[in-house]
Design a protein around this ligand. Structure first.
Ligand code: SF4
Ligand code: SF4
Length: 211
């Protein structure tokens, strides 16, 4: 009886999964998103290199308002090279927390929620590096995790790649420096924390061999 009620509720509610990334995001957040403006306002992470906004350093503190304004554009990622074609059929992620506040972890996991349903795009998580295609690094460098991260990467089969997720992993954010392995990452996903839209778009583009 209980199952029937849930089944009928499901029918009544209809499909909740967004069509993104084949359509635009239904409700893109303003923070984080691409900032546009001019000048070099005060920024705690020096995210304005030569007057140009660097998304990998931005922690969305909003201190640069009103000189710089958020646009809602979620395409704040950097794919530095081609991902092997064989990973386009299935892409297994192994997340590692090097030293986070917890928010990057939450946003990454939310790509599995019904709203985004990453598995329909052949993106999955694995709980062992031996089955992983990509090591997803989150958080700043911490000495205690240095060996753990190195061993996890060593255990991964070829071809393998590293993804830096969030300002801490890309640039150290406001706290410290980035994890050592993140310096060689192929994909950088900006945001503090990145939105699920940014994460999904970056993963799908990389899987499709786009830069
Ligand atoms: S919102 Fe980003 S770019 Fe603006 S001041 Fe804060 S960290 Fe710097
Ligand atoms: S990038 Fe921001 S949200 Fe992610 S771990 Fe660092 S402080 Fe937390």
């Amino acid at each position: 009886m209980k199952n029937t009620i849930w089944f009928l509720k499901g029918i009544r509610n209809g499909r909740k999964t967004e069509k993104f990334p084949s359509t635009n995001p239904e409700e893109p957040p303003l923070w984080p998103s691409r900032l546009v403006g001019s000048g070099t306002p005060e920024c705690p992470t020096r995210a304005f290199d030569g007057g140009k906004w660097n998304s990998g350093k931005c922690i969305s503190c909003r201190l640069c308002l009103p000189d710089y304004q958020p646009t809602g554009d979620q395409s704040i990622h950097n794919i530095k090279g081609k991902v092997q074609k064989m990973l386009s059929r299935s892409f297994y992620l192994y997340p590692v927390d090097s030293g986070t506040c917890g928010a990057c972890n939450t946003e990454l996991l939310s790509i599995l929620a019904p709203q985004f349903d990453a598995s329909r795009l052949n993106i999955f998580f694995t709980n062992t590096p031996r089955h992983a295609d990509a090591l997803v690094l989150m958080g700043v460098y911490t000495q205690g995790m240095e060996q753990v991260i190195a061993k996890a990467y060593e255990a991964m089969p070829e071809p393998k790649l590293v993804i830096s997720l969030g300002a801490c992993a890309i640039s150290g954010g406001i706290i410290g420096k980035e994890p050592l392995l993140a310096r060689g990452s192929l994909i950088e996903i900006s945001g503090c924390p990145p939105s699920p839209y940014t994460i999904l778009e970056a993963l799908v583009r990389a899987k499709e061999g786009k830069t």
